[in-house]
Design a protein around this ligand. Structure first.
Ligand SMILES: Nc1nc2c(ncn2[C@@H]2O[C@H](COP(=O)(O)OP(=O)(O)O)[C@@H](O)[C@H]2O)c(=O)[nH]1
Ligand SMILES: [Mg+2]
Length: 317
């Protein structure tokens, strides 16, 4: 069960938000009474590709619908929708989407991704959620020392949310900041330490090595750390996400994905492409620019949202 289970109202609110922002027009296909024909199948394929569900995924679904239609098993759009939903819901590997935290802390969450993906904002969201919904004592670590503004940005968030921060000056060794943060978190009994890192392209080898170094530092300071390595992906970048996940995975071993900026994109289907091509669970989605705009990822809710079913209808289930 999700740790949100305590707060069902909150969860319903969040779902309403996902449904509202996913913004796909997949729903316009499944008009009651519409008969399946080649035109319908072509539109189905186009719409799913536009939603960035991934070519293999889309072809598999369209094949399935076409075959059943040809064999006379289904005739209209409503029947097709039922099959599509079944297909989308069936394909999820049983992955653990819970945040990996250890009792007796500190648990370390290392956060990585390319420049502008949404790392620092996503850290603010995690910090907010851990503090306010899970009652954890949270510290953040400004290991993005590359730009002065980056340290500043995390400092502002930590102040607003009311969590502790460990930071050095701009240009400091990110490993040294992480070292200090680990020591402080242990000494002062923090439950969770979230480490921000500088954005880097997955092709920049020396920077990827620096990331590996940060990982090694926390691993030496705290038993079992990092307990969670989250890759922040920008949902609007679509397919490139797969390559990023492979490269970052090779450098620091990703345990989960935080899919930022799912609001305002019609490409929410990227979640499905990630599912099909990577064995990494999407654990959180970002739905805006404030710390509260975070939602734990749930495939069932996601598929409902993708189809644009009104959140009220989902609430009644
Ligand atoms: N709409 C929206 N904007 C986001 C989201 N997450 C981050 N951003 C914005 O994306 C930009 C880059 O975010 P930032 O956290 O600084 O990225 P970083 O370079 O990876 O640390 C900022 O303007 C954020 O406000 C999200 O979930 N939704
Ligand atoms: Mg940042």
């Amino acid at each position: 069960m999700s740790f949100f289970s305590k707060s069902l109202d909150k969860l319903k609110g969040a779902l309403r938000k996902t449904a509202a922002v996913l913004n796909t027009d997949v729903r316009t296909l499944f008009i009651p009474g519409r008969q399946i024909d080649e035109q319908f199948l072509t539109e189905l394929e186009e719409k799913f590709l536009q939603a960035d569900m991934g070519v293999n995924n889309v072809q598999r679904i369209v094949q399935e619908i076409r075959q059943r239609w040809r064999l006379g098993g289904i005739r209209n759009a409503a029947e097709a929708e039922t099959i599509v939903r079944q297909q989308l819901l069936a394909g999820w590997p049983s992955q653990d989407r819970e945040l990996r935290l250890v009792a007796g802390g500190p648990s370390v969450i290392l956060v990585a991704g390319i420049n502008g993906a949404g790392k620092t904002t996503s850290i603010a969201k995690l910090a907010w959620m851990l503090k306010n919904q899970m009652g954890k004592k949270v510290m953040v670590c400004a290991s993005d020392t590359f730009r002065a503004a980056a340290v500043e940005q995390l400092a502002i968030w930590s102040q607003r949310i009311g969590v502790e921060i460990v930071k050095h000056k701009r240009g400091a060794d990110p490993g040294a900041v992480a070292y200090d943060a680990c020591e402080a978190a242990k000494a002062r009994g923090f439950d969770v330490l979230i480490v921000d890192t500088a954005g880097r392209l997955h092709t920049q080898e020396h920077l990827m090595r620096e990331l590996t170094k940060i990982r090694d530092v926390v691993a030496k300071r705290i038993d079992g750390a990092p307990h969670e390595v989250l890759l922040v992906l920008d949902a609007t970048t679509g397919q490139n996400a797969i390559q990023q996940a492979r490269s970052f995975g090779a450098a620091i071993g990703i345990t989960g994905i935080f899919l930022a900026k799912l609001d305002g994109t019609a490409k929410g289907g990227a979640v499905l492409a990630i599912r099909d091509q990577l064995n990494i669970p999407v654990k959180f989605v970002g739905l805006g620019e404030t710390p509260q705009d975070i939602e734990t990822f749930d495939p069932g809710r996601f598929v409902e949202a993708l189809f644009g079913q009104s959140a009220d209808a989902v609430d009644e289930k």
